[in-house]
Design a protein around this ligand. Structure first.
Ligand code: DHB
Length: 300
């Protein structure tokens, strides 16, 4: 039984991908690969270094987490010089996540990432609280089209676009497809808030943050299901995968691979082995020869 899949211009040994932002340093991405991840996605990079927001930047609740880190990173060039080579020692594809504020920034970073040896790009058009980047871009199909077109024109690397919950999700995804993106990642965290009843004010320094974890999963599965009906490029599911059943659920909805974030924070890197073992046993028991055979089956 092989768990390998071809998705979005990459060949992966299994369909389980470390989501962006969970482990930042190159050495930790290498460890995720060692623990069994099929691919790893870097923290979203910006052209200039960013310190990120003050603490508290992360709060746990019964449905998962709400976080607003503020896209902390040492800047694209520095990260690519110091962290990318370490990450690549893990010998699985390293997908470089980019968070620009306009198509020119995305183009510059895409060229730098390609020169540095990235295996693919993930355009983060969906951070729900980064001013003038993220969801503000991804919810406008015309802006999405402009950014993907510009990045497509400057690199032959596979382009994945991470989109978030918005009324125009399907139109934005279709714009990605029309402009030559190889995959859409759905979805990012949901804009949300936790209020500290003792302090009587929002817990996060940024007030708003992105909700991740199990509470997000039914929304994300619904989005993947709807996207699958309209798209011909692969969809990578993301949102609250805690175990192999959740991953299978995303695949049945139409995901060709899944990203795992909050589960790594809760269960540690052993989640990747758990997912591979569970998926392998399920495929065998049900008589499937490849994870690919599951993709979209819930649409029958
Ligand atoms: C951050 C970015 C994201 O894309 C997200 O979903 C959550 C948090 C951040 O760095 O603040």
């Amino acid at each position: 039984m092989t768990l390998s899949v071809k998705v979005g211009g990459l060949k992966l040994r299994n369909p389980f991908i470390l989501a962006s932002g969970i482990l930042s340093h190159g050495s930790l991405l290498k460890r995720a690969a060692g623990a069994g991840a099929g691919a790893v996605v870097t923290k979203s990079l910006t052209l200039e270094p960013r310190e990120g927001y003050p603490t508290p930047a992360l709060v746990a609740f019964e449905g998962g987490f709400v976080n607003a880190m503020g896209l902390p990173n040492p800047g694209c060039e520095e990260y690519l010089r110091t962290d990318l080579p370490l990450a690549k020692e893990g010998k699985v594809p390293v997908i470089v996540s980019l968070a620009g504020s306009h198509e020119g920034e995305f183009e510059r970073m895409a060229v730098l990432a390609a020169d540095a040896g990235a295996d693919a790009l993930e355009l983060n058009l969906s951070c729900p609280h980064a001013e003038k980047r993220g969801l503000e871009l991804g919810q406008d199909p015309a802006i999405v089209r402009k950014i993907v077109r510009r990045v497509r024109s400057c690199t032959s690397l596979p382009i994945w676009v991470k989109l978030g919950l918005c009324d125009s999700l399907i139109d934005s995804a279709l714009a990605c497809q029309q402009e030559g993106a190889q995959a859409v990642v759905a979805i990012n965290t949901l804009r949300s808030m936790i209020i500290d009843v003792d302090a009587r004010r929002p817990t996060l320094s940024n007030l708003f943050g992105g909700l991740s974890g199990p509470a997000l999963r039914p929304v994300a599965v619904r989005c993947v299901f709807e996207l699958y009906e309209k798209l011909s490029i692969p969809i990578i599911g993301s949102g609250g995968v805690m175990g192999w059943r959740d991953a299978v659920e995303f695949m049945l909805a139409g995901a060709a691979a899944v990203q795992v974030g909050s589960a790594v924070a809760i269960k540690g890197l052993q989640i990747f082995r758990e997912l591979c073992d569970g998926l392998g046993a399920y495929l065998k028991k049900e008589g499937f020869s490849s994870p690919t055979n599951l993709v979209g089956l819930a649409h029958r």
